[in-house]
Design a protein around this ligand. Structure first.
Ligand code: MN
Length: 227
């Protein structure tokens, strides 16, 4: 089991480049050592839309992608694919990339078991599961190719206009349902919901796009902070 270390940084739901430049700014600070971290956990949906097997989609976030590729050679990076960023293994060969199927992944933190995932795996329903399976597939993505520019341009425009920051009414009930899927772990860390809340042993990470915050391990605690 991989250990979560002091000064580990968690970045969730930046939805770059449509919902702020903070993700790119943070990557630049990591590159220049303005911020120093022991590990980087990218929790999914840091890109508003990015998937593998497609060159055109990369043109929307070229600088961030190149920086991440560079950083991954000097920092330990764990990438939990989200519903906006997937099929990324070949794009980031030096990053530990976890697709939706292998999530959650259990880490060790002070001899406790911590389960980590993007957060869209449980309590979402069969239709969503099927949609995810079809979309996150090399063949599907390659079939898109002849229409890619039209489809991707349309999708990018829609995503840029989407309101993504809400208070989830009844979030406590959703968390209860999610936690039913986690047995034998001491703590759960997820993004996806943009809530920045801790409910019992469930940590719903802040969204960099919504709260402008990240999470960091400081003095053996996970704190939400602005960097
Ligand atoms: Mn998400």
């Amino acid at each position: 089991m991989t250990e979560i270390k002091e000064n580990a940084l968690f970045i969730a739901d930046s939805h770059y480049p449509h919902h702020g430049q903070e993700f790119l700014t943070l990557l630049k600070k990591l590159d220049s050592n303005t911020i120093e971290v022991s590990q980087l956990f990218l929790m999914g949906d840091n890109f508003d839309l990015l998937f593998g097997y497609n060159d055109y989609i990369q043109t929307f976030a070229e600088e961030a992608i190149t920086l991440l590729q560079k950083l991954s050679k000097k920092i330990e990076i764990h990438y939990f694919e989200g519903n906006h960023d997937f099929c990324l293994k070949e794009l980031f060969p030096h990053i530990h990339v976890y697709d939706r199927d292998v999530q959650p992944v259990t880490f060790d933190w002070q001899n406790k078991k911590v389960a980590i995932s993007h957060g869209d795996k449980y309590a979402t329903g069969f239709g969503y599961d099927l949609y995810c399976q079809i979309l996150r597939n090399k063949t599907t993505l390659q079939l898109l190719k002849p229409f890619e520019k039209v489809i991707i341009d349309h999708r990018m425009k829609k995503l840029a206009q989407k309101h993504i920051c809400f208070t989830f009414v009844g979030f406590q009930e959703r968390v209860k349902k999610i936690l039913l899927h986690y047995e034998g772990v001491d703590c759960v860390i997820e993004g996806h919901y943009h809530q920045a809340k801790v409910i019992d042993n469930y940590i719903s990470l802040p969204s960099l796009a919504c709260q402008g915050k990240v999470a960091m391990v400081k003095s053996n605690e996970i704190v939400f902070t602005i960097l």
